[in-house]
Structure formats: structure tokens, C-alpha cells
Design a protein around this ligand. Structure first.
Ligand code: FES
Ligand code: FES
Length: 159
């Protein structure tokens, strides 16, 4: 076991785990941040997506020993009041079905909107292509992202 001090959602957290422990298990099992979901476990579905220094990362294939001082943001830390425009849009449009994939979807979408505040359909599809949804909510996810853009820029609305 090795001690690691991680920056998780703006707080310094020290954990004592094996170096090859996936960040996902540190978040879920050690820190009880269970909003990040385990699905495929092999980097193929996006359910476990978190941000490392603002960039989407698959926490199931990220050994804790590689995180270092990078800022880790989980769905719990995306917005202090759970009112990020994407979270508002997801609620207003009832985007989730079973909901299992949705924290990963929102984290990937949040990184997209930070880079590109008003993406086209094609840009959304490209950015979200790695996040799978067994319930097939892709149409609502795309509508949710456009709605979040409108909520974030009400004067301009969506393009
Ligand atoms: S659980 Fe990490 S990519 Fe599927
Ligand atoms: S909402 Fe069920 S897997 Fe996406």
C-alpha cells in the first residue's frame, strides 16, 4: 500500500492504496464518491468518466499512481449546487432512462462545452461518441447539450 494525496473536487484527500488501484475504485470504495459508475471496466464505455485537469479521463483505466497533482473532478464536484447548465438541462428534458451512464455523459459533455460553448450536432456527436448508453438516450443527450447551451447563454439562445 502507498499513500497518495489527491486533489478531489477541490479538496485534498489522502488515501492508502495499492499503486495500480484504478482511480475509479479509489473514488467509489475509498472516498465514497459513488456518482462515478463502473460498467465495462476496460475503457470502452465512458461510464466512469471524470476530469483530470479539466480533461475527460476514464477512471477505470487510470491507476491512482499516475494521477499525481492533477485536479480530479467527479460528478459530485461539477457544480457545488448541482446546478451546472447540463444538470439543469438533463432534469428539464428528462434525459436519463435508467441513468447509469449519465454521470459519464454529463462529465464528457461538460468538458466539451468548456472547450466549445456552442457545439454543432456534428461536434457533439464526435465528442460524445465514446460514451455508450444501453438505453439509447442519444437523441435526448444531444438535445440536453443544446438546451444547456441555451440555459448558459439565454440572451443568445441556441444557434
Ligand atoms: S467503466 Fe470505464 S470506460 Fe467503461
Ligand atoms: S440511461 Fe441507461 S445506460 Fe444510459
Amino acid at each position: 500500500m502507498t499513500k497518495y494525496t489527491l486533489d478531489i473536487n477541490g479538496a485534498s484527500r489522502t488515501v492508502d492504496v495499492a499503486p495500480d488501484t484504478p482511480l475509479l475504485w479509489v473514488l467509489r470504495d475509498t472516498l465514497d464518491l459513488v456518482g462515478t459508475k463502473f460498467a465495462c471496466g476496460v475503457g470502452q464505455c465512458g461510464s466512469c468518466t471524470v476530469h483530470l485537469d479539466g480533461v475527460p479521463a476514464r477512471s477505470c483505466t487510470t491507476p491512482v499512481s499516475t494521477v499525481g497533482r492533477k485536479r480530479v473532478t467527479t460528478i459530485e464536484g461539477l457544480d457545488a449546487k448541482t446546478s451546472h447548465p447540463l444538470q439543469q438541462a438533463w432534469q428539464e428534458l428528462d434525459v436519463p432512462q435508467c441513468g447509469y451512464c449519465q454521470s459519464g455523459q454529463i462529465m464528457t459533455a461538460a468538458a466539451l462545452l468548456k472547450e466549445n460553448p456552442n457545439p454543432s450536432d456534428e461536434e457533439i456527436e464526435a465528442a460524445m461518441a465514446g460514451n455508450l448508453c444501453r438505453c439509447g438516450t442519444y437523441t435526448r443527450i444531444k438535445a440536453g447539450i443544446h438546451h444547456a447551451v441555451a440555459l448558459a447563454t439565454p440572451a443568445k439562445g441556441r444557434k
